[in-house]
Design a protein around this ligand. Structure first.
Ligand code: NAD
Ligand code: TDX
Length: 341
């Protein structure tokens, strides 16, 4: 199958492409990515020369380019993904997450091809107790979550109206290699290693359900190959953690691995004004994907977190180039100014 993966230069998309190229030599992957601030082709350096992989720099909103491509299926990761940015300016979130998804749905409709839309548990809003199931109401609280919820509703509507082969996955918070250092875990690691303050929103007692990106990628692979048209699957690691506990675990690991004084690192923790509309708790019930597709999360959280710290320690050059802005030159250095569209 010729699969069009969108947003493949980002965190989860790049891990997913690496997974697919390793596990499914029968498929070819075209990675279509606009290379926004979050897109980084260095994430795919090790696979960029494989004959089964190609890259196209383009916007998912650009129907002309998408219509010129040949593919049999779409997996849509492309999105503006950071809640704080959506609070500052929601426009790119509506453009990419809503209009961009509609543009891909139209492309899939023309070809009668399958599309898997990668969504998030944030569409369900915050839950004080219990767990989100696939039947939970959609109650987004941030502009980011509202834009993802809107895209989910469009996918649902295109399935109902046109009978298209569409599926949605809603995953909880991911962590692992290649995550952009604006998100909590890489932000804490990179700040600690630079001796910078670590901003903790509110009282730090907000709860997220964390899952290793590899477990998410395996779940998407399964849903893509095995789900029925119209299916929605929640994906979660059965692993609820308070932000402040994760921050302290990370700092303790960094102290031990680098020989830095633990109290000095803990002194970087800085409680700051809360994120507006900050969701208190996310908790996903992944029973459906466990029972119908036989998926389960495999990565133990402490082990996964420790390996993630090791990865950021070993790949300081990767995140330093992001913090300095130098990573933005990688595309031009590899492909030249004129490449892409
Ligand atoms: P990311 O921000 O790291 O990557 C997003 C990618 O999309 C980037 O490569 C960017 O260049 C690309 N992109 C943005 N706008 C585009 C456009 N208009 N056209 C083409 N490409 C565009 O995000 P991520 O964390 O890898 O998330 C990937 C997907 O998974 C998103 O849809 C997100 O909503 C969803 N998700 C993320 C998490 C998480 O914890 N990170 C959890 C659940 C779901
Ligand atoms: O500096 C910070 N301080 C802080 O306390 C940052 C960046 C975050 N936080 C808190 C806010 C959240 O409670 O940590 C928690 C995690 O924050 P983020 O990493 O921004 O993730 P979150 O808002 O939970 O959203 C993530 O999970 C769902 C992804 O960014 C989304 O793309 C995904 O859909």
């Amino acid at each position: 199958m010729r699969i069009l993966v969108t947003g493949g230069a980002g965190f989860i998309g790049s891990n997913f492409i690496r997974h697919m190229l390793a596990m499914h030599p029968e498929h070819t992957i075209t990675n279509l990515d606009k290379l926004t601030y979050a897109g980084n082709l260095e994430n795919l350096k090790d696979v960029e020369d494989l004959p089964s992989y190609a890259f196209i720099k383009a916007d998912i909103c650009n129907n002309t380019i998408i219509d010129s491509l040949e593919f049999d299926a779409i997996i849509n990761f492309a999105a503006e993904s950071h809640v704080d940015r959506s609070i500052l300016d929601s426009s790119p979130f509506l453009q990419t997450n809503v209009i961009g998804t509609q543009s891909l749905l139209e492309a899939a409709k023309k070809r009668s091809c399958r599309m898997l839309h990668v969504s998030t548990d944030e569409v369900y809003g915050s839950i004080d107790w219990g767990f989100f199931t696939e039947e939970s109401p959609i109650m987004p609280n941030s502009p980011y979550a509202a834009s993802k919820a809107s895209s989910d509703l469009l996918v649902r509507a295109y399935h109902e109206t046109f009978g298209m082969d569409l599926t949605i996955t809603r995953c909880s918070n991911n962590y692992g290699p290649y995550q952009f250092p604006e998100k909590l875990i890489p932000l804490v690691i990179s700040s600690a290693l630079q001796g910078r303050q670590i901003p903790v929103y509110g009282d730090g007692r907000n709860v997220r359900d964390w899952i290793h990106v590899n477990d998410h990628c395996r779940a998407i692979d399964l849903v893509f190959h095995r789900a029925r048209a119209g299916d929605i699957y929640n994906i979660g690691g059965r692993n609820e953690q308070m932000n402040i506990d994760i921050i302290k675990s990370l700092l303790a690991m960094i102290a031990e691995k680098t020989g830095t004084d633990k109290e000095t690192l803990f002194g970087l923790i800085t409680f700051v004004k809360d994120r507006p509309g900050h969701d208190r708790r996310y908790a996903i019930d992944p029973t459906k994907i466990e029972t119908t597709l036989g998926w389960e999360h495999e990565t133990d959280f402490d082990k996964g977190l420790s390996e993630t710290v090791d990865w950021y320690l070993a790949n300081r050059a990767w995140w330093s180039r992001i913090i300095s802005g130098e990573y933005l030159n990688y595309y031009t250095s590899q492909y030249g100014e004129g490449f892409g569209r």
